[in-house]
Design a protein around this ligand. Structure first.
Ligand SMILES: [Zn+2]
Length: 259
């Protein structure tokens, strides 16, 4: 074999070694990992509240609230509330009573669903007021002659009147599964669940927390009672109701897209 042939052979072997090495280094190249998406935190009903999430609060008792319900709202025991407030009779809370609750978890809604064939619609209202709560509307509805007080089934607060933005309050009418007093048109009081968002949405926008809570609540109700999306209406969309409630700025498209 002459020197030229040997050099060619050597070049060829070097090329093969180079190719094998580069291929194997390719296969050993680190795979680019995509960053995992952050977990979706349940915003409304987390299961566990570490001590850092807890705080000392004052709760103003709304119509129909019991120590059991308030305990569930803040993830504390009945005994805890009774002891801290020196309650002699835990079944005798008064509307408007102020309760100290230490180590309270962030408030969560206690929405009980009762088997019923009554509920065919969900009607959404605004309070057309800047502020309010179930307690305040109970008083004003009684003053208007509704002898069973608060006419809605649920109120979603806007951060006024001692309630947090987006806090869902449950009306005694819902707990007792009674007819509402929120929409006479279309005979809706006896077949529609009435939800009122605090605020005047003819003039201002619904807060993000209120919309989040509304979507959560409506989805729970409509799935359980099998209410079709077309039966989820604003008060003013009910035939015969002469009102612009829940206001021209209510975000219908955004809300409906999340149902
Ligand atoms: Zn209305």
């Amino acid at each position: 074999m002459d020197i030229l042939t040997q050099t060619k052979k050597l070049k060829c072997i070097c090329l093969i070694i180079f190719l094998v090495l580069s291929l194997s280094s390719c296969s050993r190249a680190p795979v680019r990992k995509t960053m995992p998406l952050p977990p979706i935190q349940p915003r409304i009903t987390p299961e566990i509240f570490p001590p850092g999430m807890r705080s000392n609060i004052v709760h103003v008792v709304a119509p129909g609230e019991t120590v059991w319900r308030i305990g569930k709202m803040y993830d504390v025991s009945i005994e805890h509330i009774v002891r801290e407030n020196k309650l002699k009779n835990s079944s005798m809370l008064e509307k408007g009573q102020r309760l100290n609750i230490s180590q309270a978890a962030p408030v969560r809604p206690v929405v009980t669903l009762y088997p019923s064939k009554k509920w065919k619609y969900i009607i959404i209202h605004h309070s057309a007021t800047d502020s309010g709560s179930a307690l305040g509307f109970d008083k004003s509805h009684q003053a208007r002659g509704f002898n069973r007080g608060l006419g809605y089934d649920f109120v979603i607060a806007n951060g006024t009147a001692d309630k947090l933005d987006g806090q869902i309050e449950v009306s005694p009418r819902w707990i007792k599964q009674e007819d509402g007093a929120h929409c006479k048109a279309g005979n809706m009081n006896c077949r529609a669940i009435g939800i009122c968002l605090v605020g005047n949405f003819s003039q201002e926008r619904v807060s993000l927390k209120q919309i989040d809570s509304l979507i959560y609540l409506v989805n729970r109700l409509r799935k359980y009672y099998k209410i079709p999306k077309k039966n989820i209406l604003g008060h003013g969309q009910v035939k015969g109701a002469n009102t612009e409630c829940p206001g021209s700025k209510f975000p219908w498209a955004d809300f409906k897209s999340k149902l």
